[in-house]
Design a protein around this ligand. Sequence first.
Ligand SMILES: [Zn+2]
Length: 306
Amino acid sequence: MKYPYLIIASLFVFSFGCNTNTTDSPENEKPVVVATTSIVADIAKNICSDFADVKSLMGPGVDPHLYKASHGDIELLTNADVVIYNGLHLEGKMSEILEKLKSSKTVIAVSDGVNDASIRTINEEADVHDPHIWFDVAIWSNGVRHVSESLKKKYPSHKDQIEKNTKTYLHAIDSVNKECIKLVESLAIEKRILITSHDAFEYFGRSYDFKVRGLQGISTLSESGLKDVTDMVNFIIDNKIKAVFVENSVPQKALRSVIDGCKAKGHDVTVGGELFSDALGADRTPEGTYLGMIYFNVETVINGLK
Ligand SMILES: [Zn+2]
């Protein structure tokens, strides 16, 4: 572990290893805050776990685009005091249940804290926006502030504690981002081309000045076709790219066929590493926290492309 703030952030998480779907926990007297993805849960774990029991529906490596709520999840959501989700249709198959819950409890979308102008529009007419907002830490920090304000309204007696925790968390996010910028600056601009399994890294690209290409679109719902693979192979060869990156929440098969396609045309491209895209890493590892995941991704990309 390279950074003291990762340790601080991890302490919150370590004391609340709660990726379980059971409702019978000894903390039952505490309010229950249920988050959809592990990335969203990291916000709650950091800002309200000292008075609430924070649970996450999706564990490490789970793809939120395809995730369907189980019976256990629905029970957990129904019994929750607060539900927090990413929004922008990231949890596409849970829209209906999330919408229903709004009539009976506090339901917070992190994306509601983000200014419309900073959200990437994919298809204006169809109202499709890029949901991977956690990869721009400035945008995500606004989402964190929104969650914090909503929790303060819901739990006014914990207002000061929430405020203090939020400040600490945002400060840690900012510190990690500064370290990431330093790392990025060590890689020549012409080498900053990031190729991944699906289009999750456009906000990352915008933040850190990378050209970004994903084999699949912004959702993993539609699979890549032969033409996508051929186009990607040509793009890699034309740009003399030496590494591509697989993702923890997406099967690697399609990107492997790109690597084989490059080889067949005499261009060697390797897997630069596995990035954490739509889910955090395992609990009790640095990548099991938002801060650790952000740093790990930048470090992996830079090392792979150098
Ligand atoms: Zn995604």
